[in-house]
Write a protein that binds this ligand. Structure first.
Ligand SMILES: Nc1nc2c(ncn2[C@@H]2O[C@H](COP(=O)(O)OP(=O)(O)O)[C@@H](O)[C@H]2O)c(=O)[nH]1
Ligand SMILES: [Mg+2]
Length: 283
């Protein structure tokens, strides 16, 4: 009887061994979590790109310090994490101002795995003259592998609207669609000639192959906004009268911000709102 009563007790674990087992499991779980969080880089960056002199460093400086500091042509990127200047929102944002120099373009792919958004800055005043170069750069951005996969939002900032010769965003969007439509045929032709696969380069075919190129055919959310980061707008009025789509350009319009003027450039508030909305969507 005694032996029978004790036999099962020999196999039942003591409360202490239960506790040790629990501790061990908790330690394994904690280690696994630590490993996962280390191996997966945090996606939190906004990359400012565009040709030289378009206003990238001015934008970075306005977002960070609320004023346009004198800039020099940079060969290194400005990179910092900070709450947007003057914003009521306390969250810090990781912002990178990539140099516009052509030899530094390869830097983009280093950063896109971390990117939530790309801010593509255009000098709207020199755009008519430089539209081919701007389109080539935008093509590189839109066809970059991580951007193509979707999930990275793109804001095209048509800057220098204080200039009388600046093109409005609808006109820029249409011209860029035309240029990209042309570029994608020439680029894929070059690809075929070199029998390179698209995945080895950024020269992927953009959009639908049976229709003229439209931004709206991309998986990427592309928006256009106007701004004058420096200087005064000649008319002093709102620029959002033609907000939205439906002009045949297929590009999505920027959103309307009532009285968006504030210190440090007209239209800046709209850019800040876009950054905050994209970041909030990720939290
Ligand atoms: N008129 C005018 N000039 C601007 C504007 N934004 C930037 N700039 C000027 O354009 C030049 C190039 O700006 P910067 O930010 O250095 O361009 P980045 O090369 O793209 O970094 C500077 O002299 C800026 O003061 C704007 O909205 N209007
Ligand atoms: Mg710069």
């Amino acid at each position: 009887m005694d032996a029978n009563a004790q036999a099962p007790a020999a196999f039942s674990p003591s409360p202490l061994s239960f506790f040790v087992l629990l501790l061990l499991l908790a330690a394994i779980a904690a280690l696994a979590l630590l490993f996962l969080s280390k191996s997966k880089p945090k996606k939190d960056a906004f990359i400012i790109v565009g040709l030289s002199d378009s206003g990238k460093s001015t934008l970075f400086s306005l977002l960070r310090y609320g004023k346009a500091l004198p800039t020099v042509t940079s060969i290194e990127q400005n990179e910092a994490t900070f709450p947007l200047y003057g914003s009521k929102e306390p969250h810090a944002h990781h912002i990178i101002d990539l140099p516009g120099h052509p030899t530094l373009h390869f830097l983009l792919s280093d950063y896109t795995p971390l990117a939530l958004g790309i801010i593509f800055v255009i000098d709207a005043a020199t755009f008519p003259r430089l539209s081919r170069s701007v389109a080539e750069r935008l093509y590189d951005v839109l066809a970059e592998r991580n951007v193509m996969q979707g999930g990275i939002r793109v804001l095209v900032v048509c800057n220098k609207q204080d200039s009388f010769v600046a093109w409005p965003r609808e006109k820029i969007a249409q011209a860029l669609e035309k240029e990209i439509d042309y570029l994608r045929t020439t680029r894929t032709a070059t690809l075929d000639a070199h029998t390179t696969t698209a995945s080895e380069t950024s020269d992927t075919f953009l959009g639908l192959d049976n229709a003229p190129f439209r931004m709206s055919h991309l998986d990427t959310d592309v928006r256009f906004v106007e701004c004058a980061l420096v200087g005064q707008e000649p008319g002093g009025g709102e620029d959002d009268a033609g907000d939205g789509e439906g002009d045949g350009s297929g590009a999505q319009g920027g959103e309307s911000v009532g009285g968006g003027d504030e210190e440090g450039g007209r239209g800046l508030e709209r850019i800040k709102r876009w950054i905050e909305e994209v970041a909030a969507g990720e939290r």
